[in-house]
Write a protein that binds this ligand. Structure first.
Ligand SMILES: *Cc1c(COP(=O)(O)O)cnc(C)c1O
Length: 423
């Protein structure tokens, strides 16, 4: 459930009319709902209650400081994949003790930064990374808290570009290598083994891959502990899917996911659990609002040309992702619909948001909203075609704030330098 609803015939974010925001910040812009972020965080946490996990929000889904600070107030930790994200989490008030550092290619500088800032744990994904981390920690005179990301070799049954838990993926250490690597790590002077981690992919719509992965995780922990290596912390990753298409089969509810986790880890309630949801918290807490520039009839196709483009929201181009597109003015019941190809202005055929999408008759100047754009939306945007990044607005009740302004053209051009020899 989210808080983007029609009220008196007009789309609102909580108590704020989208059209009013559009005249304030102009289009395109992202809009986030505080109440929705809070609701998703709470529903997800409640589903796992008996295990009392530290919910470390995956910052890469939406790293705006306003979003992070909203979640920090609820007690969230953070899962970060770069020094930049680490700095964002700290700036939003999430202390290092609640920050997990993930990622397959952390540099020595990034590892040192994490250790310097009391990182909760570093999820190590390879032996070369383990060696590098040991070197860094020894040189700093500290021991690095380490969980290994173990690749359980299960098929997450999601889009191949966001599937991470098969043996052929680049992520994590191989399941069968884990006992040897854990034993090596336990003997290293700069390493303190604190846990185990699995993250098998994103937008999972089936609970069975989770059950399989967690069952393998439990078996591995039992084996490691039998060999004298305690593994106190269990990081069960993120990846639970969200509904993008309202007509489609719904992904499992967080409560059902919670049940699977509790079943697999029955009797282990006293252990320390962590999880890393991103999309589930942020996706349906954000929309992208855009204006129709032109409606173009070309042969038998009708194009809706918007002022938002693939540089603002790349998911359709990158993953063939579906986003609901709704008019900001609510269509009256029974309004006839027409099929539109909804596109942006960028010079790439890939700049297509939807083909043959049923919408009421649209005119230049009308506003539309892409739903479920709160995760992997603004964070993946770019200035391709020298288009300014869309601003981000966050709403709370009848209040709203600009969480990131649109850059000016001077800001954008001012980042480049013409070399002296061309002066
Ligand atoms: C991306 C990522 C997540 C979050 O995935 P969602 O599908 O957004 O929940 C969690 N953990 C790691 C290591 C990730 O890379």
């Amino acid at each position: 459930m989210d808080h983007f609803l029609y009220r008196d015939g007009a789309l609102h974010a909580e108590d704020v009319a989208i059209a009013a925001l559009a005249s304030d910040v102009s289009t395109p812009f992202y809009c986030y709902s505080t109440a929705t972020l809070e609701r998703h965080f709470t529903v997800f946490s409640d589903g796992l209650k008996p295990l009392d996990p530290l919910v470390c929000y995956a910052v890469k889904a939406n790293s705006n400081l306003a979003v992070l600070a909203t979640l920090a107030r609820l007690g969230a930790g953070a899962d970060v994949v770069s020094e930049g994200e680490f700095r964002r989490a700290l700036a939003a008030g999430i202390p290092g003790e609640k920050i997990i550092f993930s990622g397959v290619g952390k540099t020595k500088d990034e590892l040192a930064f994490a250790l310097d800032n009391d990182v909760r744990q570093i999820n190590v994904e390879s032996e070369p990374e383990l060696d590098a981390l040991n070197d860094v920690a020894v040189s700093m005179g500290v021991r690095a808290p380490v969980s290994f990301r173990v690749n359980p070799d299960v098929d997450a049954k999601t889009h191949e570009k966001i599937s991470t838990g098969k043996a052929e993926n680049k992520f994590g250490i191989a399941y069968d290598d884990a006992p040897r690597i854990y034993a090596r790590a336990a003997a290293m002077p700069g390493i303190e083994v604190v846990g185990i981690d699995m993250h098998i992919g994103s937008q999972l719509t089936d609970l069975e891959p989770f059950r399989e992965a967690y069952t393998r995780m439990r078996a591995l922990v039992e084996r490691l502990e039998a060999e004298g290596i305690p593994v106190p912390r269990l990081d069960i990753g993120g990846g639970l899917g969200v509904p993008y298409e309202r007509t489609n089969e719904m992904p499992p509810l967080p409560t059902d996911y919670g049940k699977v986790v509790q079943e697999v880890f029955a009797g282990w309630e006293d252990r320390e659990f962590e999880c890393e949801p991103g999309r589930l918290i942020a996706a349906n807490a954000g929309i992208l609002v855009s204006q129709v520039i032109y409606v173009k009839q070309s042969g038998d196709r009708r194009f809706l040309i918007l002022d938002a483009a693939m540089n603002d929201l790349i998911r359709p181009a990158l993953y063939d992702a579906y986003h609901d597109i709704v008019p900001v003015i609510e269509p009256a019941p029974g309004t006839p619909t027409y099929e539109y190809d909804v596109v942006g202005p960028i010079c790439e055929s890939g700049d297509t948001f939807a083909k043959a999408r049923a919408l009421p008759e649209m005119r230049a100047g009308d506003l539309v909203a892409f739903r479920s754009a709160g995760a992997y939306g603004a964070v993946m945007s770019s200035e391709y075609n020298t288009r300014p990044l869309a601003p981000e607005v966050i709403v709370r009740g009848d209040d709203f704030a600009l969480a990131r302004p649109r850059p000016t053209y001077d800001d954008m051009l001012g980042k480049d330098r013409i070399p002296d020899w061309l002066g």
